[in-house]
Ligand binder design. Structure first.
Ligand code: MTE
Length: 323
């Protein structure tokens, strides 16, 4: 984002070969006895296959399974990552986040302006959410690349209801773990840590806002933000704070990490908007990772295709100023 800006969203070998992803996935399906000649890997959604084998209880929410959205390969989603706590390249996190970093047990704190502040283990939190569901969402990074991701988890609104915010609470601030012993990025100070993100409370309560605990019907891998991370599909990827330890209700708008780093380039709202360019590159189109054609490019949609659902949140707000 700030530290490394490839001129034209160059792809590492690992991400630029959807053909390989396709074959790897087919081989995997074959081992499950499922890959008949008629099966295209992308036509199979995780829960049909993986949940049964991984024992990860999840049910598809049909309201969020648009057949037009073909999920990116599992390999691409879990090998092309931004997680600065574990390095600044797309390939670092898969290695460095899996070298002894423990994401179990994991305590989550609900704090600030709420009637039911509490600390609880993530497994107890999930147990209070009435099961997890799968939703297939578009994902758009501010760096102008995109994927389609089947997330497993629960609506953020359910967690908010558990905390029971007070009337003065207007924002939700979310914070990633801080432990330089296990995080090379935190030891180096490649960003200001801990990583912080925030939403207006009405955004956080929106039906699309989601907490992911899994991908493709399997527990979320460390490099993708285990054991729980935010998913807000109409916003740029840097809002999707990973490995959250604290949800705090505040009266004032929190200062998010990337805005603190470079406020001219990264704002608080970070709504996907093809008409407002990043100062250093266009946001009109995006490179598709791990899907369709080799590094194909497509037009970026307003609010990443969720305009109908979320435009009402921003009536009267100047989206040019509030980027
Ligand atoms: N959360 C933390 N704690 N640290 C990070 O560096 N990177 C963000 C976001 N959440 C980041 C983070 C950015 S820039 C993006 S694009 C997404 O995570 C990437 O998510 P992914 O690696 O699962 O694709």
């Amino acid at each position: 984002m700030l530290i490394r800006t490839p001129p034209d969203w160059e792809l590492p070998e690992s991400a630029a070969t959807p053909e390989q992803h396709y074959h790897a996935r087919r081989d995997f399906l074959k081992t499950l006895g499922l890959a008949g000649a008629a099966f295209a890997a992308h036509d199979l959604l995780s829960t049909d296959v993986l949940a049964a084998t991984a024992g990860f209880p999840t049910k598809v929410n049909p309201a969020y399974r648009d057949p037009a959205l073909k999920p990116s390969s599992y390999e691409a989603i879990t090998n092309y990552n931004n997680f600065y706590e574990f390095g600044t390249s797309k390939e670092d996190p898969v290695v460095l986040a899996n070298r002894g970093w423990k994401t179990e047990p994991w305590t989550v704190e609900l704090a600030g302006l709420c009637r039911a502040p509490q600390k609880l283990d993530v497994s107890d939190l999930v147990a209070k959410m009435d099961g997890i569901e799968q939703r297939v969402y578009r994902f758009r990074c501010v760096e102008a690349w995109s994927m389609i991701i089947p997330w497993d988890g629960f609506p953020l609104a359910k967690l908010i209801a558990l905390a029971d915010p007070l009337p003065d609470a207007k924002f939700l601030k979310m914070t990633t773990f801080l432990d330089p012993k296990v995080s090379p990025g935190q030891r180096q100070g490649n960003l200001d840590y801990p990583y912080v993100e925030g939403l207006r409370l009405d955004e956080a309560n929106h039906e699309l806002s989601f907490i992911a605990t899994g991908i493709y019907g399997k527990p979320i891998p460390n490099q993708n933000g285990a054991p729980l991370r935010l998913v807000v599909p109409w916003k740029y990827g840097f809002k999707y704070v990973k490995s959250i330890v604290k949800f705090e209700f505040t009266a004032k708008q929190p200062l998010n990490t990337w805005q603190a780093m470079q406020s001219r380039e990264y704002g608080f709202y970070a709504n996907v908007n093809p008409t407002v360019d990043h100062p250093r590159w266009s946001q009109a189109s995006e490179r598709v990772i791990g899907g369709g054609g080799l590094g194909s490019r497509q037009r970026t949609l307003m609010f990443n295709g969720y305009e109908k659902q979320v435009a009402g949140l921003y009536k009267g707000l100047d989206l040019r100023k509030n980027y």
